[in-house]
Write a protein that binds this ligand. Structure first.
Ligand SMILES: [Zn+2]
Length: 488
């Protein structure tokens, strides 16, 4: 009886999470990991003192799961908290209170830490989706809808990553802050439930995500073999470097001395890039630009964000924006580019930041296309040629040696907690649970995030997750890190 109840609880919990989580983007283990890795890239100084403060580690971790926590209770604050729609007004709220004192007080430091955690989540989601997931869809020929949990599983198994985010948001303080910055109304009860659900779901992924490890490898061989490759756009090392760059600029915004015309913090192509592909159907020919400012949506269009060729001739292109107030712009050429020709991505001086300033200066990213196949000698060599439609990337379709589950079933090492194993050692069961969708608002381009009405469907999942999380914690004390073995 107890065993079957726990098995049901596991499936219900995962279904609840699945219905709430974004399609694409990243999952919780990755979000906490990126935030923590970004700390190490911040130079010594006032910002580093805050983000590296051991007393604020949990605050940054909770910031890093805060945006997705809204999805867990189907509350609209989840989507809103993903973008500059939250980051910019919250930053200004912090600045108004503690800017003059230089963010030295304890309250200032914890709010800056929480802001940086939220900002890490935002930048990670949009960078991964727009640079990496877009490629995974083409190279792995899949919708990539389960790539978020899959890459969490790879991170847990291949790198031993865990998460300690406890989801204890400042439930008495946050509702007033939401109101002060014009955000969706929340109550302490909503935030408590959201925090519990999300932290418990994160622990569940850490503990049992490995049961999906090999299956996701088989689903996404290109993604699995490239997600840690620093040379692959939007890979995990790039999530960290872009988040750190965003943090540095947010710190300047907190000081009030950030230049409106600041250059992008990440882009494809990178400035001065050569051998850029020309086939407009090739994912590699899409330009993607990440700005350090939140930009006013009303000023972003195909007249202000362009690809210009010789004589400043614009390339016909479709411009899209990630999320309602994301920092990432994608420019899809609608015609092939010319071989061996200089182009530039151009962001107009008439773009306006959410702070209200005109950027006031054109930002350009110059690049040059590759040579025609019969004129390769006239271009720089292709030491690491980009994959193309006709020459797809070479992927390793299997997990690394030692982690290869082969064609057998991935199982949890035997221990005495058979009840949960009954629910979780079957990849088909987990897959079925993750595929369940209890409904939600229609997805939108780029974001793919789902948000619905407050509380709907969250209660049962919350109760079962609490039970699972408790058992998971007990098991973690007596069981080693997740490991994989072949069933014999
Ligand atoms: Zn998210």
């Amino acid at each position: 009886m107890k065993r079957s109840l726990l098995a049901i609880a596991a499936v219900v919990s995962l279904a609840s999470l699945s219905a709430a989580r974004p399609a694409g983007a990243n999952s919780m283990v990755t979000h906490v990991w990126v935030a923590e890795q970004s700390i190490t890239q911040i130079e010594p100084g006032a910002l580093r003192d805050i983000v590296s403060d051991p007393a604020l580690r949990g605050v940054i971790q909770n910031g890093a799961i805060y945006p997705d926590s809204g999805y867990s209770v189907r509350h609209e604050y989840g989507e809103w908290a993903h973008w500059e729609s939250w980051v910019e007004p919250y930053l200004q709220w912090i600045r108004a209170r503690w800017g003059a004192e230089g963010y030295r007080s304890a309250d200032a430091r914890r709010h800056v830490a929480f802001l940086m955690g939220c900002a890490a989540h935002s930048m990670t989601d949009q960078t991964f989706d727009q640079y990496f997931v877009a490629r995974a869809r083409q190279y792995d020929r899949t919708d990539a809808d389960n790539l978020d949990v899959g890459s969490d599983a790879w991170l847990v198994v291949e790198h031993g990553v865990t998460s300690e985010a406890d989801g204890l948001f400042w439930v008495d303080e946050m509702p007033a802050i939401h109101a002060a910055v014009g955000g969706p109304s929340v109550t302490p009860a909503v935030l408590s439930e959201a925090g519990n659900l999300t932290a418990a779901g994160t622990r569940f992924l850490v503990r049992f995500g490995h049961t999906l490890y090999a299956a996701r490898w088989r689903d996404y061989p290109w993604a699995a073999s490239h997600y840690m490759d620093a040379d692959t756009p939007g890979s995990y090392p790039r999530l960290v470097s872009t988040t750190a760059a965003y943090w540095r600029f947010l710190w300047r915004r907190l000081q009030g001395d950030a230049p409106p015309g600041a250059p992008p913090i990440y882009s494809w192509p990178s400035p001065g890039q050569v051998n850029f592909p020309v086939d407009h159907g090739d994912i590699e020919s899409r330009a993607v630009v990440t700005t350090p400012w939140g930009l006013d949506d009303a000023t972003v269009n195909d007249g202000t964000v362009r690809i210009l060729g010789p004589g400043d001739a614009p390339v016909p292109a479709r411009v899209s924006r990630y999320g309602d107030h994301g920092n990432t712009l994608m420019i899809r050429p609608m015609a092939d580019l010319a071989y061996d020709t200089p182009y530039r991505v151009s962001l107009s001086a008439s773009l306006r930041t959410l702070e209200g300033s005109l950027t006031g200066a054109e930002q350009t990213i110059a690049f040059r296309t590759r040579c025609a196949p019969d004129r390769l000698a006239q271009c720089p060599p292709l030491p690491t040629p980009r994959p193309t439609l006709s020459a797809p990337p070479v992927s390793t379709p299997r997990p690394p040696p030692g982690l290869d589950a082969g064609s057998g079933t991935v199982v949890i090492e035997p221990d005495d907690a058979g009840a949960l194993d009954a629910a979780a050692d079957d990849v088909a069961t987990l897959d079925a649970a993750m595929a369940m969708d209890a409904g939600g608002a229609p997805t939108k381009e780029g974001c793919g995030c789902r948000a619905g009405t407050s509380g709907a469907g969250g209660g049962v999942g919350w109760l079962s997750l609490v039970a699972l999380a408790g058992l998971s914690r007990r098991r973690q004390r007596r069981a080693p890190l997740p490991s994989i073995s072949r069933r014999t």
